[in-house]
Design a protein around this ligand. Structure first.
Ligand code: ATR
Length: 447
């Protein structure tokens, strides 16, 4: 528990409703990781935003976020408004300035940083944006600033799309039903409507010929983790993400502005992991080298805590109707890794399950991102001697067929050396398994 003193700075978010905000997770995690003495609290403002901001300013509140329904109205309570925020017409971050606050909008930069982190190139590209609310507006500005040349903006009520087109010159407004008028080409696609938030929701446009125009897709919704839009693009083999990274980076940028710090990629990733844990799975994901005991320990945890158990390799074997060894032999390692990536992605509906992963699965960033959404990551660590003991004579492991024990030892040591950093950084918990039984290890793991 953080100790609060007379010197602790207060930061927070004003909005209404505010009960479900995830911003405290972002900022309190950042305070703790960056060693900054501040606390972040949600503050519900009933209606009079001007008096609220004045009071908070008088009380020395160090910085604020602003959310629905005050992103526009808050501007009249500020000492100044940043140019970009004025252009977008919405403020989400207040920074102390001239005895009051200056208003900024970090949503736009947040999306740009999220796309950069995902290595999505914007410059010279064309985009399709679905939806024309406040979120779509920030997305259109972000895309224009990022160098996108054309945006087709589809909305149920075309007037709202036309409003955005007036402010963003590269936008062409269309009604949803006119989607077939978009010229055949490759587009970055952004889903900015509220459709997908409810379990019964389908797609705004239910036509594969529309989605195959996407070279990449981003849904601003992050709960559920996989929206109908995400699911459709994945089915069509098109790379896509949900909106959690935009939420993350709009917060990271606000924090950087308040405290004049730079948040590294590693720290951002740690905050992201915290958000995933809060939002998504209550599963346990076991990672580690082959022979580290993922299957036997996984079964023990499942038994002990009344959870289900899945061994990812077995699951793939069952689905494919052949063994991993055969897949390596008749296809290739690449083929297997792609299969593994698709399988991990398909696990998002699991809950209360212990998942034991293949030893190499965490080498791909995409797999790490998707595993993180499932729940707590536990690395079962074992030293080389333990692993040699457990693995010698096992012929089912295609990557480990060795002439002698010395050769096996060499191979394990070198693989451990390259994989250990991935396991260590990725895991929420590292558990040393040497000389312990699966039952004893299962007991140590905190879930
Ligand atoms: P935000 O500020 O988060 O973007 P918003 O301003 O309420 O939220 O915008 C919601 C978006 O979802 C709008 O584009 C809305 O379309 P309309 O402008 O036509 O209302 C879109 N939307 C909501 N429900 C929809 C539905 N069932 N079908 C299509 N679009 C829908």
């Amino acid at each position: 528990m953080k100790e609060i003193s007379g010197k602790t700075n207060v930061i927070g978010v004003i909005g209404n409703p505010i009960e479900h905000t995830l911003s405290p997770v972002i900022h309190n995690t950042l305070c703790s990781l960056m060693g900054i003495d501040a606390v972040y609290v949600p503050l519900k403002v009933e209606s009079d935003i001007e008096s609220a901001v004045k009071g908070l300013s008088e009380s020395g509140v160090y910085g604020l976020n602003v959310t629905v329904p005050f992103k526009r109205d808050v501007m009249k309570a500020l000492s100044s408004v940043d140019e970009e925020a004025a252009e977008i017409g919405a403020v989400n971050t207040l920074v102390r300035s001239n005895g009051g606050y200056k208003g900024y909008n970090t949503d736009m930069q947040g999306l740009l940083r999220a796309l950069e982190a995902k290595k999505v190139e914007l410059s010279g590209k064309k985009a399709i944006v679905i939806g024309a609310g406040g979120a779509a507006r920030a997305v259109c500005f972000a895309l224009m600033h990022g160098g996108v040349t054309d945006i087709y903006l589809l909305n149920r009520s075309v007037e709202k799309a036309e409003d955005i087109a007036k402010d963003v010159p590269i936008v062409k407004a269309l009604s949803i039903s006119d989607y077939k008028k978009i010229p055949g080409d490759k587009y970055l696609m952004f889903q900015c409507t509220s459709v997908g938030l409810e379990p019964a929701d389908g797609l705004v446009i239910d036509d594969d010929t529309f989605y195959i125009m996407a070279e990449y897709g981003y849904d601003l919704i992050y709960n559920p983790a996989v929206t109908p839009f995400n699911k459709k693009l994945s089915e069509l083999g098109i790379r896509n993400d949900n909106g959690l990274t935009m939420l993350l980076y709009q917060g990271v940028i606000a924090f950087e502005m308040w405290f004049g710090v730079k948040i590294s990629r590693n720290i951002s990733d740690a905050v992201y992991a915290e958000l995933c844990k809060r939002l998504y799975g209550n599963n346990v994901v076991l990672v580690g080298y082959m022979g580290s005991g993922k299957t036997s320990v996984g079964k023990e945890i499942a038994k002990m805590r009344g959870m289900d158990f899945i061994d990812l390799d077995e699951y793939i074997e069952k689905k494919e109707g052949r063994s991993i060894r055969e897949i390596f032999e008749f296809e290739s390692e690449e083929y297997f890794r792609n299969l593994e990536t698709r399988t991990i992605k398909s696990l998002f509906k699991l809950s209360n399950t212990v998942i034991s992963t293949g030893g190499g699965s965490v080498l791909r960033k995409e797999n790490r991102d998707n595993l993180r959404k499932l729940g707590e990551i536990v690395y079962l660590k074992a030293d080389v001697d333990t692993l040699v003991d457990r693995l010698k004579g096992d012929e089912s492991r295609p990557l480990l067929q060795a002439e002698s024990e010395a050769e096996l030892r060499k191979r394990i040591a070198s693989m451990l050396e390259s994989r250990n950093p991935y396991y260590e950084i990725f895991a929420d918990q590292v558990v040393y398994t040497d000389r312990l039984s699966p039952f004893e290890i299962a007991e140590i793991i905190e879930v």
